[in-house]
Design a protein around this ligand. Structure first.
Ligand code: B12
Length: 234
């Protein structure tokens, strides 16, 4: 970044400039600047959802491209991820305080071998904002961890996240274990993460693959309504 970077006064930028600056700041892992910019946009009346998607998620998408192309490396991406998380931390209570009626419960976690958690955290936040109670199991979850949590929490929905092509097959291990234990039909299983697609979701026996957090919320609501209708007619 240019030397005159520190001369930029974020509050003097217009919305578009500020959003672009946030993409740059996220790229550079500048946590304080990201937090300041999130507050500025909130002050200008932006919705938490717009800040999340247009400023933070879009910034992370750009980081992802340069990581893929070998321009950025793990330490830099970790800094970007931390800056992203600090921005998400400000938005989380705002997304959750919707006063929406309780719609159901969800247990969510990233699968074994995988430590990516930004997308999962976003899904948790959006689900909570939509009125679901969410138990987040964190990262690197073995099948036992999922089973233990669903037995304890008795959720309506189990969510699994994987960002690596090497860890996504583990979702099938979890689903197959649910089938073996005769528990599969007790839960709606949602899966997500950048390398997945609808076909993969179907192939492993999930109820749905969701490409982003907004789709996750819509799909969860739809499948919950279907489940309630089915229970009503039995
Ligand atoms: C940030 C990041 C990291 C950070 C993670 C920090 C953290 N706390 O999460 C760090 C630096 C630690 C990291 C490490 C590694 N990473 Co990485 N990482 C990324 C990066 C750049 C962004 C991921 C991200 O946060 N995206 C933003 C969020 C918002 O999007 P998302 O995760 O896709 O989530 C959305 C949807 O997918 C969906 N969703 C996600 N989960 C769920 C769950 C449910 C239930 C539902 C319904 C929906 C859903 O909703 C979310 C919100 O809208 C991606 C690039 C990319 N294009 O994805 C690479 C990427 C995933 N990483 C990659 C790699 C290779 C690695 C490493 C192996 C690198 C290394 N050499 O060590 C390690 C693996 C460590 C491990 N064992 O897990 C590769 C994977 C390639 C592959 N084909 O498998 C990618 C694609 C980069 C690349 N193109 O090379 N990484």
């Amino acid at each position: 970044m240019a030397d005159d970077e520190q001369d930029i006064i974020l509050s003097e930028l217009d919305d578009e400039e500020l959003t672009l600056q946030m993409h740059d700041d996220l790229y550079d892992g500048l946590k304080d600047e990201i937090m300041e910019a999130v507050h500025i946009l909130l002050g200008r009346g932006w919705t938490p959802y717009d800040i999340l998607t247009k400023a933070l998620v879009e910034g992370m998408r750009i980081v992802g491209i340069d990581f893929r192309d070998g321009i950025l490396f793990v330490p830099e991406v970790l800094l970007a991820a931390n800056a992203m998380k600090s921005g998400m931390g400000i938005l989380k209570p705002l997304l959750i305080e919707t006063g929406a009626p309780r719609l159901g419960r969800m247990v969510i976690g990233t699968v074994k071998g995988d430590i990516h958690d930004i997308g999962k955290n976003l899904v948790s936040m959006m689900m909570e904002g939509a009125g679901f109670e969410v138990t987040d199991l964190g990262i690197n979850n073995a099948v036992e961890s999922y089973i233990e949590a669903i037995e304890r929490e008795e959720p309506d929905i189990l969510g699994m996240s994987a960002l690596l092509t090497t860890t996504m097959p583990y979702m099938k291990v979890v689903i197959d274990t649910l089938v073996e234990k005769g528990m599969r039909d007790d839960y709606i299983v949602l899966v997500g993460g950048a390398p997945l697609n609808e076909e993969f979701g179907k192939a492993i026996g999930a109820d749905a693959y969701c490409r982003d957090a907004a789709v996750a919320v819509e799909t969860a609501k739809e499948l919950m309504a279907r489940k309630h209708n089915q229970q009503g007619t039995v």
